[in-house]
Ligand binder design. Structure first.
Ligand code: SUG
Length: 441
């Protein structure tokens, strides 16, 4: 049986803005209250999806969530009709309104942890939506994410959906951003590599460590992964304090290759030896030294948030943000990789600046789902990216999105109407049925 790795990118929602909501994510803090361009953000994301589909990769799309979340604001005591809720929140608690309006679900690497059928006990693809408890604006994503994933991967013969872990700091779970899978080929059983920031909810870093070991272990158990094919490694605390809030900001794996920074892991030698021991294939462990790329350059360029993808010809491409080309140490490191004895043969550069300014690079924007042929055939067909869906989605964005959005605009009741009109149309384009709160009875 053959299998492909599909990338499901998050479609950037119409309320994309810079709220400064993610303490510990240096780009988010630096961009606070600057003017965003939601239309450009969504089109930049679609351009990346189009290019990966063009390379011959299986590319899907996941829908954005309904924002502002009037339900969150009501639950926090703002009442009256929708316009009054927004107006009061804007006047009294603009930070809460920003959290309720965040388009952060675009970063689908945080939507869920996904284990391919080749790795799981029952042969099904297992999904656990991330609870994202570390940040209010992200924690509210989980219930709708769960519904969206079930709408896209609905056939229970092929797909198993778990509930998000109980939402509490001890079980902080940020999904696939802290998880990668190494394998000889996508169809073969792999080794699942879980990276956590802290063992439980004790905090030993200046910036928050968002993922706990307890959570990663629970996900591995739920997915029915054999212990002899799982590795749990701790993130280096200095990396977290340099702005590495998710492990995918400092390492990326694909197939038999793991690309990582010297400062990625707390006990790198032990963790990587365990990884090599549990893999029944030769691993390419590609370490980038801090002398070559200082951690600050790694964080500002998002080198390790590049997507590492296997092309149909069997070589790998590094799909990076243009900040990598603009950072001399990083661009030099990429040239060294391309010249080296490893599977990475090409680099593709993308302008994802709208997302990057909130700390979201190429790999943040995608959720990887490995699918064998029957599983691939069972995916909601309207969620695949092809010429037709791209045209419909680009047209949809151009019709419904603003080209300028600032935190001060979020209380505008017209924005809520625009969003609902847009999302209603989107559920038809992506054949999702009713998944949004405003569509539910
Ligand atoms: O959770 N930024 C996101 C970025 C997530 C990146 N994902 C991965 N590394 N996989 C976060 O910090 C900023 C929102 C704002 O400030 O408006 C934000 O949520």
């Amino acid at each position: 049986m053959t299998a492909v790795e599909a990338n499901f990118d998050g479609l950037v929602g119409p309320t994309h803005h810079y709220g400064g909501l993610s303490y510990g994510n240096v780009a988010s803090t630096a961009s606070k209250a600057s003017v965003a361009n939601p239309r450009k953000a969504a089109l930049q994301g679609l351009d990346k999806m189009a290019a990966l589909a063009e390379l011959g990769l299986a590319q899907g799309v996941l829908p954005p969530q309904e924002r502002p979340s009037v339900a969150l604001l009501r639950a926090l005591g703002f009442d009256g009709d929708d316009a009054s809720v927004l107006g009061r929140a804007a006047a009294e608690q603009p930070g809460l309104l920003s959290a309720a309006s965040s388009a952060a679900c675009m970063w689908t690497a945080n939507a869920a942890t996904v284990s391919p059928g080749a790795d799981t006990e029952d042969g099904r693809v297992h999904f656990t939506p991330a609870n994202l408890v570390s940040k209010l604006h992200r924690a509210i994503e989980a219930p709708t994410t769960a519904r969206a994933l079930q709408a896209v991967f609905s056939d229970s013969a092929h797909f198993a959906h778990h509930a998000p872990l109980h939402p509490c700091p001890a079980l902080g779970d940020e999904g696939a951003a802290n998880h990668t899978r190494l394998c000889a080929s996508h169809a073969a059983a792999g080794v699942e590599f879980f990276v956590y920031g802290t063992a439980d909810d004790s905090q030993r870093t200046r910036f928050p460590a968002r993922q706990t070991r307890l959570a990663s272990e629970a996900v591995a158990r739920l997915h029915g992964l054999p212990a002899e094919r799982c590795v749990f490694a701790q993130q280096h605390p200095d990396a977290i304090d340099a702005g590495v809030f998710h492990n995918d900001v400092i390492s990326v794996g694909n197939g038999n290759t793991l690309l990582y920074h010297e400062l990625a892991f707390a006990d790198a030698d032990r963790s990587l030896a365990e990884l090599q021991a549990k893999a029944d294939f030769d691993l390419h462990l590609l370490e980038i030294k801090a002398d070559a790329v200082p951690i600050e350059d790694a964080v500002s360029s998002y080198l390790f948030n590049s997507q590492l993808v296997t092309l149909p010809n069997g070589t790998m491409a590094l799909v990076c943000a243009q900040q990598c080309r603009d950072t001399p140490s990083v661009w030099a490191a990429i040239q060294t990789l391309l010249d080296g004895d490893n599977p990475i043969a090409t680099v593709k550069v993308f302008d994802l600046n709208q997302s990057m300014r909130n700390g979201g690079g190429p790999a943040c924007l995608r959720l990887r789902v490995v699918l064998d042929e029957p599983q691939r055939a069972a995916v909601n067909p309207a969620c695949w990216i092809n010429e037709e869906s791209l045209q419909a989605l680009r047209q949809w964005v151009s019709t419904h999105y603003r080209d300028r959005l600032h935190v001060d605009d979020l209380g505008d009741p017209a924005l809520l109407d625009e969003v609902r009109t847009a999302l209603d149309a989107l559920t038809r384009i992506l054949a999702l049925g009713s998944i949004y709160p405003f569509q539910l009875p």
